[in-house]
Each structure stands twice: as structure tokens, then as C-alpha cells.
Design a protein around this ligand. Structure first.
Ligand code: FES
Length: 143
């Protein structure tokens, strides 16, 4: 522990903090928390999923979701989809899933609407949501 504190002070003296600091820790140690390291939501997103492929055909059924490029894409109803970053706004853990008609973080239970609005205390910061457009069997997800 003392070693960790000293290292923290040393890294701070280099001007590292937040995610960079965590990245350094993960690079030099075997801390179990690093298996689930904090990451940032994707920006400049624009990709298309082919819903006829085995990987993405789950999205033809309401209530299902997949994760692609760090984004949770869900089939909300027969006519609508929703997409949010996998990275929770509570403590930046990439543990967001779709459950019960909304988005949910398995880390500490933050909940969000399909448009990314937080609906409990841990979800109060909301979560980054993306646009979705279905054209035939192609689902586009974009910022
Ligand atoms: S990191 Fe998601 S609820 Fe804490």
C-alpha cells in the first residue's frame, strides 16, 4: 500500500491524473480492478450493422441487445432501436447493458432511459446516447 501511495505521488509529480494514471497503474501492476479499467465514451461514431448476420440478427427481436464498438445497441420495440455508450457515467465502467426496457449498469446499478437520461442516483449524470436509423436490414448508429 505504501508502495502504491509513493507511486501515486510520483506519477502525480509527472502531471498524470485520472484515466492516464489508471492506465499507468494497469500497465505496471496486476491490480484486479484493471481488468475492468475505466474508458471514455466513443465520439465521432458512425457505423452500420447488418441485421441478417448471425452476430447482429438478435436485434430483430424486441428486448435483445448487442455490443459493437463500445456501444450498446438495443431493440426497444418492433419499430425502434436505442444506442448508448457501454461506459457508465457513474464511475466510467464499461458495464452498461439493456434490461427491462432501459439501460442498466451492472457495476452499481445505474439506470437510464433509452435516450440516456438517468433515472436513479447513480445514473444521475445521464449517459451518452447515439442516433439509430434502420434502412431495410441495415442499422446505422451514429453521433
Ligand atoms: S459505474 Fe455504473 S453504476 Fe457505478
Amino acid at each position: 500500500m505504501e508502495d502504491k501511495i509513493k507511486r501515486n505521488e510520483f506519477l502525480k509529480s509527472l502531471g498524470l491524473k485520472g484515466a492516464s494514471l489508471l492506465a499507468v497503474y494497469c500497465g505496471v501492476s496486476s491490480l484486479s480492478s484493471c481488468q475492468n479499467e475505466a474508458v471514455s465514451p466513443a465520439s465521432g461514431v458512425d457505423f452500420t450493422l447488418d441485421l441478417t448476420t448471425p452476430t447482429y440478427s438478435k436485434l430483430n427481436t424486441t428486448g435483445n441487445y448487442i455490443i459493437a464498438n463500445g456501444i450498446v445497441v438495443a431493440r426497444v420495440s418492433s419499430t425502434s432501436f436505442a444506442a448508448v455508450t457501454q461506459v457508465c457515467s457513474h464511475e466510467n465502467k464499461p458495464n452498461v447493458i439493456f434490461s427491462g426496457g432501459g439501460f442498466y449498469c451492472t457495476q452499481h446499478g445505474a439506470t437510464f432511459t433509452t435516450t440516456g437520461v438517468g433515472t436513479n442516483a447513480n445514473g444521475s449524470k445521464g449517459i451518452k446516447a447515439y442516433q439509430t436509423t434502420l434502412t431495410g436490414t441495415s442499422l446505422r448508429i451514429y453521433s
